[in-house]
Unconditional design. Structure first.
Lengths: 98, 419
């Protein structure tokens, strides 16, 4: 399962979630974000919100990934794209405006 | 205020009917030779940088032939003018100068004006600040109405321009106002406005800057960073700007400290707040280390933005450490910094074992934040030390700890046979 916030993508391998006893991601979301992750049939989900609401509410706090990694089943990874970083690391010029 | 290069400004002038010398832009000596051959007469090679003093620095050279143009271009390209590299050249026809005038437009925010002011002088070719007041004419411009040619004639006549040049001068002044308005300029200066011996009036140079808040209306200007900048942005500056541009929640400011520097003792620098940044830079300087960059994540930025800033900081080559300089008890929830930094360090430290990091973080939710940091980095192969509010006013200690870890890291690298 995955969902997008304004500038990041949260990926959850929900096959690992049934074995998770803590559901730490949901607790973290409640504490550090705005409870966009909630349990549905024992699995974290954003299906109670529309995509638009997820984007509007989400604060990109990254807490679910940390909580899952530390206290859950390492099921969550968050992609945070950084425009231009790959090019910069390869020494490809970013200036192009002038 | 986003600055434009001379060649960009001249293109805009030309498009608005203001005569400019025949020429083109080159970024290689071969291209300079080609342009000179096309012009077919003596040319001037002008290095394109944002700072003044190009002539004195040797970044403007005449060339009588295409071969000489190539030679001059080779000498100028890559040279440094006041620390800024020359990456482009303007190759243009050499003018047979009879007289030089000055024409400029700047906004005047005083309550008597609150609009653009046209400045004209018959003493061009030097800094307008060096011209005596009696030789300078200032005219308030009605932004909506612009400058009708008949008003331009009046200005030129008052300045003592001869009758045969009145119309030409007035047309240029009038067109300058239109260029100023059309491009949302904050400065437009033609200095010198050259009168050639055969009676032509042309823009010899052009300094133009545009309002950074209006640059979104001008994609054609290709402004890399719509922000007040004292120099041409580096790739690192652009990378930093793209982080800020992605997300305006909180501040995520990253840029180079000056020009591209290298050498030992450079530290990836990440402050929380401008005051903290000054203290952090001092702390590094006192132990002979230097901030490789400037960065500030304050104003309650989201964790994803802090992550991006820290990743950009750590993308710098040859840095010997990373300092999170939270020299303040910040009024923002610091656990967002903690979550972001744990993610960054977990990605980056395995790639550079032993890399020194000093993390000073204080403010709201500090205890929880420090716990996240300590818990998150405890099994990482770096030299990471975490400090809280008890060290906020002890920059000496933080600087010394950074230095101690860097020295350990250097020794370890030497042992491994690395540079």
């Amino acid at each position: 399962m995955d969902f997008k916030e304004r500038s990041i993508k949260v990926n959850i391998d929900i096959t690992k979630c049934p074995e998770c006893n803590t559901k730490a991601c949901v607790e973290a979301c409640k504490l550090f974000d705005r409870s966009i992750l909630q349990l549905k049939d024992g699995i974290p989900s954003v299906s109670h919100l529309s995509q638009e609401e997820v984007v509007k509410r989400g604060t990109e706090c990254l807490a679910c990934e940390y909580a899952c990694w530390k206290r859950g089943r390492q099921a969550i990874t968050i992609d945070i794209p950084i425009k231009g970083l790959d090019k910069y690391l390869k020494g490809i010029p970013l200036t192009g405006g002038h | 205020m986003a600055r434009l290069f001379e060649y960009q400004g001249k293109t805009l002038l030309k498009n608005s009917g203001i005569p400019v010398p025949t020429g083109d832009v080159a970024d290689t000596p071969a291209r300079a030779k080609e342009i000179a051959a096309k012009i077919g007469k003596p040319v001037v090679i002008k290095g394109q940088v944002w700072v003044g003093g190009r002539g004195k620095a040797g970044a403007i050279k005449p060339a009588d032939t295409p071969d000489e143009a190539e030679k001059a271009a080779t000498a100028i390209l890559g040279m440094s003018v006041k620390g800024f590299p020359v990456r482009r050249l303007l190759v243009e026809e050499k003018l047979d100068v009879d007289r030089e005038f000055y024409a400029g437009i700047i906004p005047d925010s005083s309550r008597f004006t609150r609009g653009p002011v046209l400045i004209f002088s018959t003493e061009g070719g030097m800094d307008i600040e060096d011209v005596t007041e009696d030789k300078i004419l200032r005219t308030k411009i009605d932004y909506v109405k612009g400058l009708p040619v008949y008003d331009g004639i009046d200005i030129a006549a008052r300045a003592g321009i001869s009758n045969e040049l009145l119309n030409k001068t007035a047309e240029i002044l009038s067109a300058m106002i239109e260029v100023f308005k059309k491009n949302d300029c904050t400065t437009l200066e033609i200095n010198p406005l050259i009168l050639t011996k055969d009676g032509q009036l042309l823009a010899g140079d052009c300094r133009m800057s545009v309002d950074e808040n209006a640059s979104f209306r001008h994609p054609e200007l290709k402004v890399d960073i719509p922000r007040e900048f004292p120099r041409e942005p580096t790739d690192f500056d652009i990378l930093g700007w793209w982080v800020e541009e992605t997300d305006f929640r909180g501040s995520g400011f990253v840029m180079t400290m000056g020009n591209d520097k290298s050498g030992k003792g450079r530290i990836g620098f990440h402050a929380i707040g401008g005051g903290a940044a000054m203290i952090g830079i001092d702390a590094l300087s006192r132990v002979s280390l230097q901030a490789a960059n400037f960065a500030d994540t304050s104003g309650n930025p989201v964790a994803s933005k802090i992550y991006r800033v820290a990743k950009v900081i750590l993308s710098q080559k040859d840095i010997e450490g990373y300092l999170l300089a939270g020299f303040m008890v910040a009024n923002q929830e610091q656990w967002h910094h903690a979550h972001a930094l744990v993610k960054v360090l977990r990605e980056e430290l395995p790639k550079r074992p032993g890399f020194p990091c000093v993390l000073l973080l204080a403010g709201n939710k500090e205890a929880e934040s420090l716990q996240i940091l300590r818990e998150g980095i405890k099994d990482l192969p770096g030299r990471v030390e975490v400090y809280g509010r008890e060290y906020v006013d002890d920059s000496d200690f933080i600087g010394k700890r950074m230095l101690a870890l860097v020295e350990e890291y250097r020794k370890e690298k030497e042992t491994r046979g690395e540079k």
